[in-house]
Design a protein around this ligand. Structure first.
Ligand code: HEC
Ligand code: HEC
Length: 333
């Protein structure tokens, strides 16, 4: 079966308040993360959330864990253009990395969710436990977890109650907030250790920040301005994904998507919200080419002529943005 998950996520998006957020500043360094007052971080929640993140029993048909798509080995993405979830349903959008997701202000490619708890709850109910005749409901999955002694005890320890529809996303969100990519060559470079990047990667950064003007959007320590831009990807489709327009209703936002972080970009192919570009070389060519022409193309994007040597330097910089961290597999109850 192949239904577009995008449609489902849009339906979800429309149920939320359509408000134009203020402009969020790009993160200059790893600051303390803002955590909602009703879900303070505790070790018990983080450990429980990590187990849940790896557990296929969270999906209706017990086939899919969060890590089936957000795979630790692939920079927390899954290498597929259309990731497949529970009941064999394929998504119409590519899987974003979850590194540093706790610093995001709006979630999903068009920013339809405005808290991490809301985003997790949306993914869990729409991707892991999609509605359908004969399928398990979210309530069934909660009952399944509460029937497992280890989980019942862990929820009790973390929240003082058994698993519920509310505390399950809270535990997962708590774990996701610990995925901070603050150890990497890029971070050491930003902190002033020039030798953290090779001379070629340093030349690449000079282009990225200079002539190629990539830092207009990919800026700060996360290499994203956390804003939405139309770079033309998907605009040639028969029925283009409206992107940010679905949330704001502002015509200029048609086909605009969230600027992705470029951390781990060497490991997170395929690229762009629709996974339409298979290699990093091609993705860089699209961006350096000024994006794909369409009526809503962001005015900040201008074609830049790169020599072959400059193109290799830029690619060397992007390939140096790997996150140095391993996420160990937890023991499940
Ligand atoms: C079938 C593959 C798949 C599975 C399984 C999956 N995700 Fe995702 N996830 C995606 C895709 C695709 C998106 C982007 C959706 C969009 O923007 O429309 C996404 C987006 C997200 C986001 C928003 C990230 C951002 O930067 O905006 C979060 C948070 C998230 N997922 C968490 C989870 C959690 C927690 C689980 C397990 C409960 C999970 N995901 C399971 C594919 C998956
Ligand atoms: C006007 C803002 C803007 C500028 C300038 C810009 N980008 Fe982007 N970039 C984006 C947005 C938005 C996306 C996601 C678009 C989508 O998926 O539809 C993106 C996606 C990418 C991706 C794919 C990442 C992924 O995980 O899928 C790469 C690689 C990339 N940009 C590199 C560059 C490079 C290199 C430059 C400079 C030549 C650059 N970008 C300039 C906004 C920008």
């Amino acid at each position: 079966m192949r239904t577009s998950l995008v449609a489902i996520l849009f339906a979800f998006a429309f149920t939320m308040a359509a408000e134009e957020p203020a402009r969020w500043p790009a993160l200059r360094r790893y600051e303390p993360m803002a955590v909602p007052a009703d879900n303070p971080l505790t070790r018990a929640k983080v450990e429980l959330g990590k187990q849940l993140f790896f557990d296929k029993r969270l999906s209706g048909d017990s086939s899919t864990a969060c890590t089936s798509c957000h795979r630790p080995a692939n920079g927390l993405t899954d290498g597929r253009k259309n990731p497949v979830g529970s009941y064999g349903i394929a998504s119409g959008r590519a899987c974003p990395t979850l590194w540093n997701v706790g610093y995001q202000q709006a979630f999903f490619w068009e920013g339809s969710a405005t808290s991490l708890e809301q985003a997790v709850s949306g993914v869990w109910t729409y991707i892991l436990v999609p509605k359908g005749p004969g399928r398990a409901t979210p309530e069934d999955v909660i009952a399944r977890l509460n029937a497992i002694d280890g989980y019942r005890a862990a929820f009790q320890a973390a929240f003082g109650e058994p698993a519920t529809l509310t505390n399950l996303p809270r535990a997962l969100a708590s774990f996701l907030r610990t995925l901070v990519a603050d150890r990497s060559a890029w971070v050491r470079f930003q902190d002033g250790d020039r030798a953290a990047l090779s001379p070629q990667a340093r030349r690449g950064f000079a282009l990225f920040d200079g002539k190629a003007r990539c830092t207009q959007c990919h800026n700060g320590v996360l290499l994203t301005d956390l804003q939405f831009h139309n770079v033309g990807i998907g605009s040639q489709a028969a029925k283009p994904d409206p992107g940010r327009f679905a949330i704001t209703g502002v015509e200029a936002n048609r086909g605009a998507f969230k600027t992705p972080t470029l951390l781990n970009v060497g490991r997170s192919a395929p690229y762009f919200h629709d996974g339409s570009v298979a290699t990093l070389e091609e993705a860089v060519d699209v961006m350096a080419g000024g994006g794909l022409r369409n009526p809503h193309l962001d005015a900040a994007l201008k074609p830049v002529a790169l020599t072959l040597a400059e193109r290799s330097d830029l690619l060397a910089f992007l390939r140096a943005l790997d996150v140095d961290a391993e996420i160990s597999q937890p023991e499940l109850p």
